[in-house]
Ligand binder design. Structure first.
Ligand code: SAM
Length: 287
């Protein structure tokens, strides 16, 4: 089958099937062979790997993945793409397409069925409207995986990498950095896609930690504190957490914990590192 990374081949397929792009599914198909090669090499895929691709579209990246991996499972929501994928991927016997909404798939079960529970690699040019729920879903449900290599909106890639003291630092940064080491692999301009998105994009690789880099005795409490702190970003931690409905801590308890940590009681959540959030949750959890 013709390489769909070459724009004229993609256009031919779109015309052959009279395909209508669905905005609601975040459909922007890649048409740049260099970017595709970069994604595949950043994901470090070998024939021993089982790769889960989210949103194969017309199968552009799937072709590259099928060449490099042992097995590819591609989950696509749009039923109109299924016959096209059957055509564009017909020469590969190591690809399976599943017509489902990724947010409704039990990925742990999928990994069990398709790879005997061994860690998978996730690779995707993500639909941007659900980037965060997809990533958080993969991490929070503890899907066995080595890495996630994804195309996301540039601004979201930046947020994943940031630390305290920047405007992009927030709950997503902390969550990603608790589970994985983020590295931006490439910046990708709108003209690498058809149709062109309104925003810049970036490829980011998230390498899953075997053990989290900080010790949180109660992960749930730590993430509740993080969410509450950034929901009320402009408030001090004492006021923000003391009033938050999703955490049950008093202002005095927060004040006391901050004092034990050697931090001023006027500090805001946006100034705390991941390690300090872990420490704070450990102190509050023991009270
Ligand atoms: N991988 C293709 C490429 O790089 O050219 C297409 C990428 S496009 C940005 C996102 C794809 O995700 C589309 O094919 C879209 O239909 C699919 N998609 C959107 N929402 C989805 C969902 N909830 N579950 C699975 N696939 C979804």
């Amino acid at each position: 089958m013709a390489n769909l990374g070459i724009p004229s081949n993609t256009i031919e397929i779109l015309q052959k099937y009279n395909f209508n792009f669905q905005k609601k599914f975040g459909q922007n198909f890649l048409i740049d062979t260099h970017v595709l090669e970069k994604i595949i090499s950043a994901a470090e895929i070998t024939k021993d790997d089982c790769v889960v691709e989210i949103g194969p579209g017309i199968g552009t990246m799937t072709q590259y993945l099928a060449e490099a991996a042992g097995h590819v499972v591609a989950v696509e929501i749009d039923k109109n793409l299924i016959p096209i994928l059957a055509d564009t991927l017909s020469s590969y016997d190591n690809v399976e397409v599943i017509n489902e909404d990724i947010l409704k798939v039990d990925i742990n079960r999928l990994v069990q069925e398709k790879n005997g529970g061994r860690p998978i690699k996730v690779v995707a040019n993500l639909p941007y409207y659900i980037t965060t729920p997809i990533i958080m879903g993969l991490f929070e449900s503890h899907v066995p995986m080595d890495s996630i290599t994804i195309m996301v909106q540039k601004e979201v890639a930046d947020r994943m990498q940031e630390g305290p003291g920047t405007k992009d630092y927030g709950a997503l940064s902390l969550a990603v950095q608790y589970y994985a080491k983020p590295e931006i692999v490439a910046n990708v301009p709108p003209n690498c896609f058809i149709p062109r998105p309104n925003v810049g994009s970036a490829v980011i690789r998230l390498t899953r930690y075997q053990e989290p880099p900080v010790k949180a005795e109660n992960e749930k409490l730590m993430f509740a504190l993080i969410r509450a702190s950034f929901n009320q970003r402009r408030k001090t931690l004492v006021n923000g957490l003391g009033n938050a409905s999703n955490v049950n801590v008093s202002k005095d308890a927060v004040r006391e914990a901050l004092e034990q940590m050697g931090l001023p009681e006027t500090i805001r959540g946006e100034a705390l590192t991941l390690e300090q959030f872990a420490q704070l949750s450990n102190l509050l959890g023991r009270k």
